[in-house]
Design a protein around this ligand. Structure first.
Ligand code: HEC
Ligand code: HEC
Length: 328
């Protein structure tokens, strides 16, 4: 059943209740059922429990430029806390000033994603974490060298031992991935206006935002942008004018996946411009119009676009309070 059908069913049921009780309830409540508040933490995998020691180590590694070949690029270069944990440029610039093919997604709330990267080539944050260190256009460092560099610093011996007390030789690739993933799972943005609205604070969203929320359901956006992070973590065909990126097809080789990309989170989308896998659209109005046309075969009016943009603004939550770590 599509969300629209579900919605109609809900509306019919509600109409019945109303005719019986003759109470004029506002219809906003039934729309709220399509959304989930963002929890403070994403699911934590059983084989990577969250501890303060791992968070502290992961944070240091996230900001550590010396695990890059140039010694100047860290995860935070592209996932910059001051820029919505992204970079605000269309496509990422990495080692030697090379420009990659894709836009840098935010790492905020990335623990809620069921697949990592635009093409979903990694299932989880542990699998994702080592890729950028090795990628020649990102940090361009072999993992063996990265581990050697970390071993040069006494403080890393202390931090790895504290984070992985049962490991006799704790400075290794696997533990780098575990620690970075743990830190990333703390980068969540609860208490957005939508979350507060869902929790019962009716003042938390403006009337325009509430109208945007309803349109988001009625138009069918919620079919793909659902769950706490407003993504189904699934793959959908989307063709950007001029782009040759084959998306999910590059991972599976399956024709059905040609030009398919993973639905991104819409949490904090107002501060993570520019948009789409190649960053070619710089504002939300145009991004939403393109979504309507390609995903739903629908053109929105100016008023509808303003409502949907207003709703996107209601998805900006509380940014994590991070003290930039002191590095050795
Ligand atoms: C040179 C810029 C750059 C650097 C450095 C970098 N990233 Fe990224 N990051 C990107 C780009 C671009 C993507 C998307 C790539 C793709 O989808 O193929 C990405 C994707 C991700 C994702 C997936 C998010 C999602 O929505 O799918 C995570 C998580 C992530 N990076 C974490 C890290 C970590 C951890 C580091 C350091 C070890 C790091 N990144 C270093 C640019 C960078
Ligand atoms: C069929 C599934 C589907 C539907 C329906 C859908 N989206 Fe999307 N959305 C996606 C996918 C997939 C992407 C990523 C496209 C890309 O960049 O390759 C995306 C990207 C976006 C982006 C850009 C996010 C970013 O960080 O780059 C916005 C904003 C957005 N959608 C809003 C909407 C709105 C509003 C609607 C309803 C009008 C909607 N979407 C309907 C799947 C969908």
């Amino acid at each position: 059943m599509t969300p629209r059908q579900l919605h109609r069913l809900g509306a019919t049921a509600m109409a019945l209740v109303l005719s019986v009780t003759a109470v004029h309830a506002d219809d906003t409540a039934e729309y709220m059922d399509f959304f989930e508040p963002l929890p403070y933490f994403p699911p934590i995998p059983a084989d990577n429990t969250i501890t303060q020691e791992k968070i502290d180590l992961g944070k240091m590694l996230f900001f550590e430029p010396r695990i890059s070949a140039s010694g100047v690029i860290s995860c935070a270069t592209c996932h910059n806390p001051a820029l919505g944990w992204s970079d605000r440029i269309p496509r990422a610039v990495g080692h030697g000033g090379q420009v990659g093919e894709r836009n840098t997604p935010t790492v905020l709330n990335s623990g809620f994603l069921g697949a990592q990267f635009w093409d979903g080539r990694e299932p989880d944050l542990e699998g994702q974490a080592l890729g950028p260190i090795e990628a020649d256009i990102e940090m361009n460092m072999t993992l063996a060298e990265a581990i050697e560099r970390l071993k040069e610093f006494e403080i890393y011996h202390e931090h790895f031992a504290a984070a992985f007390p049962d490991d006799p030789d704790p400075i290794n690739q696997g533990n780098v991935a575990l620690a970075i993933a743990t830190f990333e799972r703390t980068l969540n943005t609860p208490n957005s206006p939508l979350d507060r609205f869902l929790a019962g604070d009716v003042q938390a969203m403006t009337d325009q935002q509430v109208e945007g929320m309803k349109l988001f359901v009625d138009a069918g956006c919620v079919a793909c942008h659902n769950g706490p992070a407003l993504t189904d973590s699934n793959f959908h065909r989307f063709e950007l004018p001029g782009s040759t990126d084959e998306g999910r097809f590059l991972v599976t080789g399956d024709e059905a996946d040609m030009f398919a990309f993973r639905t991104p989170t819409l949490r904090n989308v107002a501060v993570t411009y520019p948009y789409f896998n190649n960053g070619s659209v710089d504002n939300l109005t145009d991004a939403i119009q393109l979504m309507g046309q390609q995903m739903l075969g629908q053109d929105f009016t100016e008023e509808e676009l303003s409502q949907l943009v207003a709703f996107m603004d209601a998805l900006t939550g509380e940014m994590p309070h991070i003290e930039i770590p002191a590095l050795p």
